[in-house]
Write a protein that binds this ligand. Structure first.
Ligand code: ADE
Ligand code: ZN
Length: 330
């Protein structure tokens, strides 16, 4: 119980969060109504009852349906502000959030509409509460590299608001090597790079993320633990793993929270961090993720501090901001 209280109080960062995955059913229905869009599910309860997944794709099908009610700048603003309000109440001091522009461009929602809504909410939350942030544009890996290049073109007028580029959606069958050229172009523009790898995909995909995409960090990375040489490489390069415990449980990446590998990752000396991924779909925000780890894995106080510290040092904040946050940890 005291560990849960400690975790709630700790300054936390969130480094793996899809803003479209924070879409709570109540808000989804409200915005659907406001925009006169029909949802497949008729009630909040019916929708929530559908949140039972056996693999990543089951979730993604609902995730793309859910985000389809987002049409106007105010929708993106309201979604982002609701998330920031929630995490502010949980002592989250810094967020690095993903958005999926192709999931909206495909419905003719302009890039500018999406990013302006999201960016204005991030800016307002920093003014109001001092929450700092980075914005990461993600490419959908089930689409082509050409589509990713087109998205990058759309993003060019807004690069001042974009800190990094990610790779998400259906992992199996869509290895990082499919996107070598577009990530090279992103790197040439000075953008940070991250990619989902080793969530469902094999260690080979993590190798590709490192060697071909040249990632600055790895999202999930669970299956890297199957390959000792890969573990050594991740350590050598000092790469971060953005781990998502409740997501892993809901998507059956782990069968039981008691078996979650995060303590093993810390034991191996890997830079693991705790994140919520798609909290509206997976049963909880940052504090819920920590609580699940505390209650099921026997994680101890030192490990909790290490995770909180990793969240700060492994973020893309500048050094001065990091040091300011670290001071508050002592
Ligand atoms: N898009 C949103 N959440 C995701 C996840 N956990 N893995 C891959 N793509 C995603
Ligand atoms: Zn994710």
């Amino acid at each position: 119980k005291t560990l849960v209280a400690l975790a709630q109080k700790m300054p936390k960062t969130e480094l793996h969060l899809h803003i479209e995955g924070t879409f709570e059913p109540e808000q989804m229905f409200a915005i659907a109504q406001r925009n006169q869009v029909e949802l497949t599910y008729k009630t909040v309860d019916e929708l929530k009852a559908a949140y039972q997944f056996t693999q990543l794709q089951d979730f993604l099908n609902l995730y793309y349906q859910g985000m389809s009610v987002l049409l106007h700048e105010a929708d993106f603003y309201d979604l982002t502000m609701a998330y920031l309000t929630k995490v502010h109440s949980e002592n989250v001091v810094h967020v690095e959030i993903f958005f999926d522009p192709q999931g909206h461009l495909s419905r003719d929602v302009p890039f500018e509409v999406q990013i302006t809504g999201i960016y204005n909410a991030l800016r307002d939350a920093e003014k109001k509460w001092g929450i700092t942030s980075k914005l990461i544009m993600s490419f959908l890996r089930h689409l082509s590299e050409e589509s990713a290049f087109e998205t990058l073109e759309q993003a060019k007028p807004f690069l001042k608001w974009i800190d990094g580029v990610g790779l998400d959606s259906s992992e199996l069958g869509h290895p990082p090597e499919k996107f070598i050229n577009v990530f090279q172009a992103c790197r040439d523009l000075g953008l940070k790079i991250t990619a989902h790898a080793g969530e469902e995909g094999p260690p080979e995909y993590v190798w590709q993320a490192i060697n071909l995409i040249k990632v600055d960090r790895i999202d999930h990375g669970n299956r890297a633990l199957e390959d000792e040489t890969l573990i050594a490489e991740i350590k050598k390069r000092d790469l971060t793993l953005t781990v998502c415990p409740l997501s892993n449980l809901k998507l059956c990446v782990v069968t039981d929270m008691k078996q979650h590998p995060i303590r093993a990752m810390l034991e191996l000396g890997l830079n693991a961090t705790v994140n919520s991924d798609d909290p509206a779909y997976f049963g909880g925000y940052m504090n819920d993720n920590y609580t699940a780890l505390i209650e099921k894995t026997g994680i101890n106080k030192e490990e909790l501090f290490q995770l909180s510290k990793n969240g700060i040092t492994c973020s893309w904040m500048d050094q001065i901001t990091k040091e300011a946050h670290l001071k508050r940890l002592d």
